[in-house]
Design a protein around this ligand. Structure first.
Ligand code: NDP
Length: 323
């Protein structure tokens, strides 16, 4: 429960998160006069601020960098009156007492909101190597669909053995000359159909029992990956210019555990053809509820849906009061 001594502010629409989903929800909510307040979270702009070029978001024929695109989205949301604030949701009370949800910000302030749009996203998991961090954006990526194009005709490696890794390996195989797939066990976790697809792609070489120990480069960009066979302890350097990490994502949903319905991996569950959660007036959009597509444009699409649904929810509430 939220501490009653805290500073309290009431809003009709609170948006938690500032990726493409959160800002698109803000644009729509602001234009519908819901006067949305966005709390950005610790990484204003979300995952895209950690990528370089974005070439697949419609409307940017020459491409755009992730950070600039997120600044554009923020400016567009602010143009219609969105109040964008730096802050982090630390506690929620969705008991819907009197039609009001309470969200604590930074442990010091309470926002009472008639509607809450959750757009807290997901975080890519990384191996945790120092060199992986050093070359992130310069040969290291956690999104083949976003960055694969830059490695056209080149040799790349991808680590992971789940459906995402299998899907991304086959995606990369269409663009790249050769794809080395590093699988830490002697088998895949991915579905049989996906494994079949990998095994039937001529330019994918699967290296089982193999782990990446170092990403090698010239100080600027990647030129190889050092791997070890965890059965034989033999190491080797494989020449690649791109290194993709596909070992899963973690949805940012700790705050909602035990409160909102989520699947076994923590993704929020929304109703069919809707962004409504199991709590009336609470909506979820973007990667926090989508483990399948995870694209900026799909996140923006569901952000739009959340704002429209929040608006309809508020109108329905008003109709009940008037009748
Ligand atoms: P998963 O958790 O299913 O798989 C993660 C993979 O990464 C596992 O193979 C795991 O290995 C490996 N891994 C984890 N940590 C490391 C590490 N430190 N070093 C090396 N390898 C590591 O994640 P996904 O993102 O693949 O999938 C998430 C969910 O989304 C799944 O339910 C999946 O089915 C679903 N999905 C569905 C798709 C579709 O239907 N088209 C597409 C993509 C995802 P190990 O197996 O040894 O644990």
């Amino acid at each position: 429960m939220i501490n009653k001594e805290q500073e309290i502010e009431r809003v009709s629409c609170l948006i938690i998160g500032s990726g493409p989903a959160g800002y698109t929800a803000a644009i729509y909510a602001a234009r519908a006069d819901l006067k949305p307040v966005v709390y950005t979270g610790m990484v204003p702009g979300g995952q895209l601020t950690q990528t370089t070029e974005v070439d697949n978001f419609p409307g940017y024929p020459k491409g755009i960098t992730g950070p600039v695109m997120m600044e554009d989205l923020r400016a567009q949301a602010e143009r219609f009156g969105t109040d964008v604030r730096f802050g982090y949701a630390t506690k929620v009370d969705f008991s819907n007492d009197g039609g009001i949800h309470k969200v604590e910000i930074d442990g010091i302030k309470t926002i009472e909101a008639e509607t809450v749009i959750i757009a807290t996203g997901a975080t890519a998991k990384w191996l945790g190597l120092e060199s992986e961090e050093k070359y992130n954006g310069f040969g290291v990526s956690a999104c083949a669909v976003c960055d694969g194009f830059f490695y056209k005709g080149q040799d790349v490696a991808i680590v992971g053995a789940g459906d995402t890794a299998a899907e991304e390996a086959t995606y990369l195989a269409k663009l790249c000359r050769k794809v080395y797939m590093l699988v830490r066990r002697d088998e895949f976790r991915a579905s049989k159909a996906m494994v079949h697809r990998v095994n039937n792609t001529a330019n994918i070489e699967v290296l089982y029992n193999t782990e990446a120990v170092e990403i090698l480069g010239d100080g600027q960009v990647v030129n190889a990956v050092r791997v070890i066979n965890n059965q034989t302890n033999v190491t080797q350097d494989i020449d690649v210019t791109g290194f993709f990490v596909a070992i899963g994502h973690k949805p940012n949903t700790e705050l909602f555990q035990g409160i909102l319905d989520m699947d076994e991996t923590g993704y929020l569950i929304t109703k069919a053809d809707s962004t409504a959660t199991n709590i009336p007036g609470v909506f979820a959009c973007g990667d926090v509820q989508d483990h399948v597509f995870r694209q900026a444009i799909t996140a923006a699409g569901t952000g739009c849906m959340s704002a429209l649904e929040a608006e309809r929810y508020l109108m329905a509430k008003e109709d009940v009061v008037l009748s």
